[in-house]
Design a protein around this ligand. Structure first.
Ligand code: 5AD
Ligand code: SF4
Length: 450
């Protein structure tokens, strides 16, 4: 089949995690290479590709809602198509497959989390035949990353090192839709990283549902720490990684925060709950004491490492006492950022059949108290930056005020500073500049170029 999307416009809409954002860069890169032109809105788009998430119900509902509205959205006047092409991929594509087309017959293509490669041919077949194409396969042997990418930011790259997850946390649907964990060969990771360095990329984020268990399916070797060392060896300026499961965070990896200058002093370490009883019911396989011990070791290695976490409020059977354990753990750690989620029941997971009788208002009340604490602590954590000079990777002009540039500190804080005279934010994009911090808010730091 010859494939061309010349003359067609394309909009990719992403829901959910970084893995989906990364997949959407691959989709854009692949379809642009075949002639498609990216556009920002559904209205302008001849083809819309949704990369979906089903971790929580809200994203699920939004996807179905948005796809439903596509049915009545007119095509742009000069579109060569008679009907807008709609493709759904990612976790919902994988989970629901043909059911999506049954529920919404105007959907043209459904593809799974392991079928990114097949998208162009599925779209072409839908164009040629006018009938819906569904391809949802079980985890494939190949690692679907040898596709071109169109990166949102040319100076920062996401680099998947594992896909899938073996952990089966009792609330989580990911292992069912993303399949078992597969590690990408170290040589592939290194050659992709080398390619980025050669292109002038400044920051690489190693990605996986649980990067810490990298290599377990490769006869136990190499391990994640070897990936870190090898990627650092390419000479990339900044390395980050996400996500880490606390049960698999090794002492060697912790030590790298002290010894690898390119490993940024920030770590996302989801705790989910501070109650040992709930952690057990979640099948997390650590307790609060062990988590706090990791925090201690991390801070011993790197004094002011910025920690962030995920917390689920209202897991089935969570009592006020369980919640207070979480609250106190958050208080004790002092996170830079906490992503708080209200528990969302996902059919097919073990937690979905656990007794769950906490009233919604009680859960909302706990959530609000936690958010209040988190905001206060984020504000406090940022105050220590006042007066410091921090190297900031410039992302461009601030969205709210174009006279300011916006970028990221090593701790991944957003930093704003006035664009210096005689220069534009665009000139500085992708460069690392020193900023003297003179003000610190909850969600960003403010300063001026040093
Ligand atoms: N309900 C609420 N939050 C969830 N997460 C995963 N599954 C659920 C669920 N069923 C959260 C976890 C995870 C983050 C990506 O999403 O906190 O770390
Ligand atoms: Fe879900 Fe747990 Fe795997 Fe994370 S580690 S993707 S929460 S099962």
């Amino acid at each position: 089949m010859s494939m061309s999307f010349q003359g067609l416009t394309l909009c990719v809409k992403t829901f959910g995690c970084q893995m989906n954002k990364h997949d959407s860069e691959r989709v854009l890169g692949t379809l642009e290479a075949l002639g498609a032109t990216p556009v920002d809105s559904f209205e302008e788009a001849d083809m819309v590709v949704f990369l979906t998430c089903c971790v929580r119900e809200a994203a699920d509902t939004r996807l179905y809602g948005q796809v439903a509205t596509m049915r009545t959205l007119p095509l742009r006047p000069d579109s060569p198509l008679a009907k807008r092409l709609i493709a759904i991929g990612g976790c919902i594509g994988q989970r629901d497959g043909r059911k999506l087309v049954d529920a919404m017959p105007h959907v043209d293509v459904v593809f799974g989390t392991h079928n990114l490669h097949a998208l162009p041919s599925l779209l072409q077949a839908a164009l040629d035949t006018g009938s819906s194409q569904v391809e949802v396969r079980d985890a494939s042997a190949s690692f679907p990353t040898d596709l071109p990418t169109d990166r949102e930011q040319p100076w920062a790259a996401w680099l998947p090192i594992t896909i899938g997850c073996n952990n089966f946390c009792s609330y989580c649907i990911v292992p069912y839709v993303r399949g078992r964990e597969k590690s990408r060969p170290l040589e592939d990771i290194v050659s992709e990283a080398e390619g980025y360095v050669a292109e002038g990329v400044k920051e690489i984020t190693l990605l996986g549902q649980n990067v810490n268990s990298y290599g377990r399916d490769l006869y136990g070797s190499p391990r994640f720490v070897d990936v870190l060392d090898a990627v650092a060896h390419t000479g990339i300026e900044r390395i980050r990684f996400a996500t880490s499961h606390p049960k698999d965070l090794s002492d060697e990896v912790i030590e790298r925060f002290a010894t690898l200058p390119s490993l940024m002093p920030a770590l996302h370490l989801p705790v989910q709950s501070g109650s040992d009883r709930i952690l057990k019911a979640m099948n997390r396989r650590y307790d609060a004491a062990r988590y706090l011990d990791l925090v201690r070791k991390l801070r011993e290695a790197k004094g002011d490492i910025a920690l962030s976490t995920d917390i689920i409020v209202g897991f089935p059977g969570e009592t006020e006492e369980d919640f207070m354990d979480t609250y106190r753990l958050v208080e004790a750690v002092g996170y830079h950022q906490v992503f708080t989620f209200i528990y969302s029941k996902r059919e097919g997971t073990p937690a979905a059949s656990m007794p769950d009788d906490t009233p919604r208002e009680v859960i909302q009340g706990r959530f609000d108290r936690l958010v209040e604490l988190v905001q206060r602590q984020a504000f406090e954590a940022n105050q220590t930056e006042r007066g410091r000079v921090v190297p900031v990777l410039v992302e461009g002009a601030s969205k709210r005020d174009s006279s300011l540039l916006s970028g990221r500190s090593p701790k991944n804080q957003t930093v704003h500073a006035p664009v210096p005279a005689g220069c534009s934010a665009a000139d500085l994009q992708g460069r690392i500049v020193d900023v003297r911090i003179d003000d610190a808010k909850t969600w960003y730091l403010q300063g001026s170029l040093a």
